[in-house]
Design a protein around this ligand. Sequence first.
Ligand SMILES: *[C@@H]1O[C@H](CO)[C@@H](O)[C@H](O)[C@H]1NC(C)=O
Length: 211
Amino acid sequence: MKTPFVMAISFLLLAFAAKPLVGSRLHDINGDDVRADQEYYVLESGNGRGLTTLRHRGDSCPLDVAQVTSAPRTGKPLKFKAYNSSRFIYEAVDLNVKFSIVDSCSDSLVWKVDNYDEERGKWFITTGGNEGDPGAKTLLNWFKFERIGTSDPATYRIVYCPSVCASCLFLCQNVGVSFEDSARRLVLKADYEPVFPVVIFPAEGAAKCES
Ligand SMILES: *[C@@H]1O[C@H](CO)[C@@H](O)[C@H](O)[C@H]1NC(C)=O
């Protein structure tokens, strides 16, 4: 007798499960395909505050990835590079995310998940990652963008859930913001915590100020 109810629940779960559309390209705020050869700002949906580099919590390097709190609101431009170097960037596919502007640290500007910060009890996102070379060695360097909802402009959450190593064990987590050491720093967040929704803004359009 319970079966129909269980089935109905399963259908509901299926319908609402946030499953990324495999094969969909990432779209910028104008609805254009996101490309590997262009620079973008990643901005929080709603308030438009972008991402930048910031002094590490403890040591000076590598730099933390953080959200801007002052002008320019856009933060620093970024580039995406897929694990297979595809020309267009796809949803739910492993990506290197890399700032384009050189900073005070000599490390690379590729995002990575930093070593666990025991003092603060969090995994912070920093620069200093390795680009390319998908596999177990580079597990901490891959991020995915997954679409939230279907309305325009395309809005995404950033996810740490690498597929580049089938035999590796790790917890899939969302990338979000945490207020630590007087800054809004990017960290891995538990599933039950609010999602950090972002839109992708072409950096070139911003520079040219086309209207
Ligand atoms: C790269 O991977 C994506 C998704 O897995 C796929 O859609 C695309 O065709 C691939 N591109 C190349 C150049 O291999």
